[in-house]
Design a protein around this ligand. Structure first.
Ligand SMILES: Nc1ncnc2c1ncn2[C@@H]1O[C@H](COP(=O)(O)OP(=O)(O)OP(=O)(O)O)[C@@H](O)[C@H]1O
Ligand SMILES: [Mg+2]
Length: 275
């Protein structure tokens, strides 16, 4: 990748203040562009339907949170969108294209970035090296040596590190980072690929309260330029970040709406929040 292409690949840095939740919702209604559509999706494991006729959609620049009790099918849903698990029925349409049966690699190239529950950074490499190898065409030793010489790419990687509060730790081994910082590094590794949709499975699990605060700010910032789907259990965090919440139960959508709406839905209180 040359310097010009890298510049194009860089996400925009947004400086405007975050609007209040109500005006955010309004903005979505006015400028809604459906980015992801999941239609009647199902998957069975040995006859057990982990996801069962599930439909939902997400707009561009929307921050959607998926909640639900343990075993509701949240991770399985994410795995299917990312191409890690093959659905037994239904369809996933991303940016106008049917991606239901595409490989994980193809799905990444089309602009979906996935972060799974456990951080998967290279512990023996530095923060900078982890970012280098995550560049779209930076896979492999030779290309990453090539990138090392490119000042503009270094700038792009420093930008990604700054987004996730790791700008002063570029030379540190990833293994020395806190659990939360590893989660952030993984998000930055996804950001270098400039996806249109980010999927994050419980990104604040194991984070300190301060790290959670910073992550809320980070996700709000990211969702001004991309769609983000976050799976989360912590309702305080959910209320803080969600434009809209989808509640799953037994592989289906139980309820959907703003955090305030789903919190008072008796079905949600019954199977999830009341416990
Ligand atoms: N590969 C698999 N083989 C068999 N069963 C599976 C497999 N993956 C998931 N399941 C089952 O599917 C159901 C949904 O699991 P899933 O991991 O999607 O739930 P979840 O909503 O992410 O739960 P949690 O909040 O605990 O992370 C569970 O009953 C789980 O045991
Ligand atoms: Mg899960």
């Amino acid at each position: 990748m040359n310097a010009d292409q890298m510049e194009l690949a860089l996400p925009e840095v947004q400086t405007e203040p975050e609007p209040a939740p109500a005006s955010r919702a309004l903005r979505h209604e006015v400028a809604a562009h459906r980015l992801l559509e999941v239609r009647d999706l199902s998957v069975s494991f040995d006859g057990f339907k982990a996801v069962d006729g599930l439909s939902f959609s997400v707009d561009a620049c929307e921050l959607r949170v998926v909640i639900g009790p343990n075993g509701a099918g949240k991770t399985t849903l994410l795995d299917m969108i990312c191409g890690k698990t093959r659905p037994t029925a239904g369809q996933i349409v991303f940016d106008g294209q049917d991606v239901t049966r595409l490989s994980e690699d193809r799905i990444v190239k089309l602009g979906i970035g996935c972060k799974f529950q456990t951080p998967s950074v290279y512990e023996d490499l530095t923060v900078l090296e982890n970012l280098e190898i995550s560049l779209p065409q930076g896979q492999g030793v030779f290309s990453s040596l090539f990138f090392r010489r490119d000042a503009q790419v270094r700038q792009a990687l420093a930008w990604a590190a700054e987004q996730v509060f790791l700008q002063d730790l570029l030379g540190h081994k990833a293994g020395q980072l806190s659990h939360g910082q590893k989660q952030w590094l993984e998000i930055a590794m996804l950001l270098t690929q400039n996806p249109k949709l980010l999927l994050l499975d419980e990104p604040v699990a194991g984070m300190s309260p301060h790290e959670r605060e910073q992550t809320a700010e980070l996700l709000q910032r990211i969702s001004r330029g991309k769609a983000v789907i976050v799976i989360e259990h912590d309702m305080d965090f959910v209320k803080r970040i969600a434009h809209k919440v989808t509640v799953l139960h037994q592989g289906r959508v139980l309820s959907e709406g703003t955090a305030a709406q789903v919190q008072v839905d008796p079905r949600v209180v019954d199977v999830y929040l009341g416990h």
